[in-house]
Design a protein around this ligand. Structure first.
Ligand code: C5P
Length: 224
């Protein structure tokens, strides 16, 4: 069977990662959560007190980072490591979430992550989720999907996910964060979040995760 690249872009909190993970599992593909890479860089910058407004400091910090996904044999999911330290447990809290879009708007950070992502996709057979996968990372991807959903539906889903992980927050803060990140991600100068011309829009407001996965698998099977 032909191996393809599936690019899954879209707004914050519409179930991209959960869907991408399940699609990858069904096709026996590799799943790459590029949001985790931007979160990991943000975590590294904040923990090392890197001044993001200083390009020299940013370049120096990036030169000292190695990012890697390491498979957790229990969950079967790749966890993001920075310089061989698993940072997955620290990157989903509100401190990181509220700063990640600022870090992701820095050109040098994007160049760094995009180069890593392109290496990861060399062999194809991947499902990559993010904001610029179909537009910048893999403009030649065989299947591009742009996922979106009503903002309140997204906030409720994200809250449930965070509660399940024991992250303290509330619906108002989660919805405000989602609106803010969508705004920053869509209006930034470097690789703004936008639908690729040839991407297929999937609105997940009224879909269950199973239905989202099914709809993308159906699209993928036409290309394989
Ligand atoms: O997907 P997730 O919500 O974890 O992404 C966190 C943030 O990382 C996004 O709000 C966005 O600012 C940034 N991001 C990006 N480009 C990507 C993936 C994520 O700018 N490809």
């Amino acid at each position: 069977m032909k191996k393809i690249i599936i690019a899954l872009d879209g707004h914050a909190g519409c179930g991209k990662s959960t869907t991408a993970k399940a699609v990858a599992k069904a096709l026996d593909y590799i799943f790459i959560d590029t949001g985790a890479m931007y979160r990991a860089v943000t975590y590294h910058f904040l923990s090392n007190e890197v001044d993001f407004s200083d390009p020299t400091e940013v370049d120096k910090a990036l030169a000292s980072i190695s990012l890697k996904f390491v498979m957790n044999p229990e969950s079967g999911i790749g966890e993001i490591h920075v310089n061989n330290v698993n940072v997955e447990p620290f990157i989903r809290n509100m401190d990181i979430t509220s700063r990640v879009s600022d870090v992701a708007s820095i050109k040098a950070v994007r160049v760094f992550n995009v180069a890593e992502q392109q290496k990861m996709g060399e062999e194809k057979g991947i499902v990559m989720d993010g904001r610029d996968i179909g537009t910048v990372v893999f403009p030649e991807a065989e299947l591009k999907v742009f996922m979106t959903a009503d903002v309140t539906v997204r906030a409720k889903r994200r809250l449930k996910e965070m509660e399940a992980k024991g992250v303290a927050t509330n619906l108002e803060d989660v919805e405000a964060d989602i609106r803010n990140r969508d705004h920053l991600d869509s209006t930034r100068k470097e690789s703004p979040l936008k639908k690729a011309d040839d991407a297929i829009v999937v609105d997940t407001s009224a879909l269950t995760i199973e239905q989202q996965v099914e709809s993308i698998l159906k699209l993928a099977k036409k290309k394989i």
